[in-house]
Design a binder for this molecule. Sequence first.
Ligand code: S3P
Length: 418
Amino acid sequence: MALPGDKSISHRYAMLAAIAEGNSEIRHYASSQDCHSTLRCLRGLGVQVRESGETVTITGRGLRGLTAPTGPLDAGNSGTTIRLLSGILAGQSFETTLTGDDSLTRRPMGRVAAPLRLMGAIVNTRSGELPPISIRGGDLKALRYRLPVASAQVKSCVLLAGLYADGPTAVYEAVPTRDHSEIALQAFGAKVSQRDDWIEVDPAPRLRGMSLEVPGDLSGAAFFLVAAALTPGSEILLEKVGLNRRRRELLDYLQSAGLDIAVEREQTQSGEPRGDLLVRYGAKLVSGGLPPISGALAASLIDEIPVLSILGSQVAGGLEISDARELRVKESDRIGALAANFRAMGVTVEEKPDGLTIPGRQCLHGGDIDSLGDHRIAMAFAVGGLFAQGETRIHRAECADVSFPGFWPALSKIAHEA
Ligand code: S3P
């Protein structure tokens, strides 16, 4: 089975292509609505973007060639679009306002506004540091910045702004997060280095257009890894999945718990590894249980915790999740959404400020799931529905398109083959 292109990587390739010189061809660009929000915003900044199937061709305008939009840019549901683009806009001498949908306009922007202000950009937000966010920048001061939260979006925002600074800009992360920006910046010709836990980017004279292929989205694959793990006799092949060292901790975690996942045909393109995953029913995992998720692991698995929670409710020993407070400020309050929807399925869970305690081997009862319009909640409980007694109805299920258009047909297909 083929997965949509990786969402995180697609955003970064499109943004860097827009500020590079020359044409970039991005193959297997994510079909997700979020990545199309990025393309929409780039068009609003005067960038020529052509789409042909899954291939996106972008004519770069150079680091300082973007043009002032005629009105606010709409980032839709996409936190990555609004936060990463803020970094690039901090380097432009005109003012841009970025906004988004009901969910995005409730998400914190202070985490990007603070470092950009330190670099000299003028950043205004709605009260409470919420979107809309307006940014006017220009020549920025170099910054050495310790990330106050483990966030790849904030790290990336600062590194992108660093392209426009008057000296090297460095970001310190106490907890490592996905390093797609560092890899993509280097692919487009920027100088990025790492010393201890400081990641440093040099101001760039120019970036060069590239021809790239986006790997499949491992976070999308996670729904099928869990479905296969819980289905006796199952075997699913997931092709050309992204295996970035920070993201593949999901595989290490499941493998350490006894799940049989074979990684085949590994190769690396433009610094991003990818390979095929063959996963089978996880008898050993179901009877042996899952290690707790806490500390740095919680940051690595942040997007997969919803579906891993479903897995936890079905395996011996359940699942203990802590240090995952960031889940409260995702597309929905995912800790609250998981707790409420588990209860709707007759499952007992304990909600904590920074996680959940989920007892194992519980019977899921079909029920009404309120996805709150959050794609990962909708898809996680869809996987739960496969193992429930009775019918599960997922409300606002179309939100899966935010990251995974084609999720529902793909899930029906594997459910019928099972
Ligand atoms: C992302 C980073 C993570 C993740 C999101 C994508 C990225 O967000 O949850 O889905 O592409 O950089 P945070 O940086 O807010 O943790």
